[in-house]
Design a protein around this ligand. Structure first.
Ligand SMILES: C[S@@+](CC[C@H](N)C(=O)[O-])C[C@H]1O[C@@H](n2cnc3c(N)ncnc32)[C@H](O)[C@@H]1O
Length: 234
């Protein structure tokens, strides 16, 4: 295996280019992710709570609130079909207001054996996460701590959005990944540069999927990771 293997997945024929509206995002949630009407209702409850608390706590950028369904829900939900279908143990780093972790927790409800940990350092955001989980009646383990202070356990999938560079993410993620585990990170246009930088310290395989929610973005899947300084150690 070379230091970094990158596979690019081409845009699907029906990829929507540019900004998508609330209705299109909801249609993609149903057609691509398999979300039910009841799941969409849960996300509406989430939206109400986010709109109530966002002006008081710094939860998401105010300019992104009108694009809740595309920028937050679909952007998070698109991770689910990219994970192995038998993945049952998940962790989301730096969940903030719950993206992607809490959205995935709702969608994983029909896999009752699943466990999902959200690790978030900020006290107020953790309070919001607990409140949103209660409002949506979703089972999730919220850990209020810095990732580096939590003893890692081996899990099937690691996620993180808007958290840190890929290189730094891998330092956090690799100790949490089971041998056959995957990491799935929504990323922006600079993904190639991020992959090159990460490959100076890590050996891994990756697949770049075009984003369903933003034609400039992608989701990068990372697997078969080894540290160049010693197997899966830093
Ligand atoms: C830019 S926000 C992104 C939040 C969310 N993932 C999203 O995409 O909307 C980064 C989040 O990571 C949290 N965070 C930063 N450093 C952390 C650490 N070392 N451990 C856990 N959480 C951390 C911050 O409190 C913040 O909520």
């Amino acid at each position: 295996m070379s230091a970094v293997e990158v596979h690019l997945v081409p845009l699907p024929d029906n990829q929507i280019i540019g900004t998508i509206d609330e209705l299109q995002a909801q249609e993609l949630l149903v057609s691509h992710i398999g979300a039910s009407r009841e799941t969409l209702d849960r996300f509406r409850a989430y939206q109400s709570l986010l709109e109530k608390w966002a002006p008081r706590i710094n939860l998401v950028g105010a300019s992104t609130l009108p694009y809740f369904w595309s920028r937050h829900i679909l952007d998070s939900a698109q991770i689910l079909p990219l994970a192995p279908p038998n993945a049952v143990s998940w962790v989301d780093f730096g969940s903030g207001a719950g993206f992607p972790g809490l959205v995935l927790a709702v969608l994983l409800e029909n896999r009752p054996q699943s466990t999902l940990f959200l690790i978030e350092a900020n006290t107020k955001r953790c309070a919001f996460l607990r409140e949103a989980a209660r409002a949506m009646e979703v089972k999730v383990e919220i850990i209020q701590a810095k990732i580096e202070d939590v003893a890692p356990i081996k899990l099937d999938v690691v996620t993180a959005r808007a958290f840190t560079s890929l290189d730094q993410l891998m330092t956090y993620a690799v100790p949490w990944m089971a041998q056959s585990g995957h990491a799935l990170f929504p990323k922006g246009q600079d993904i190639q540069a991020e992959l090159i930088k990460a490959s100076t310290r890590w050996q891994f395989q990756s697949i770049i999927y075009p984003s369903l929610s933003d034609s400039r973005g992608c989701v990068v899947k990372i697997f078969n990771c080894h540290s160049k300084l010693g197997l899966c150690q830093l």
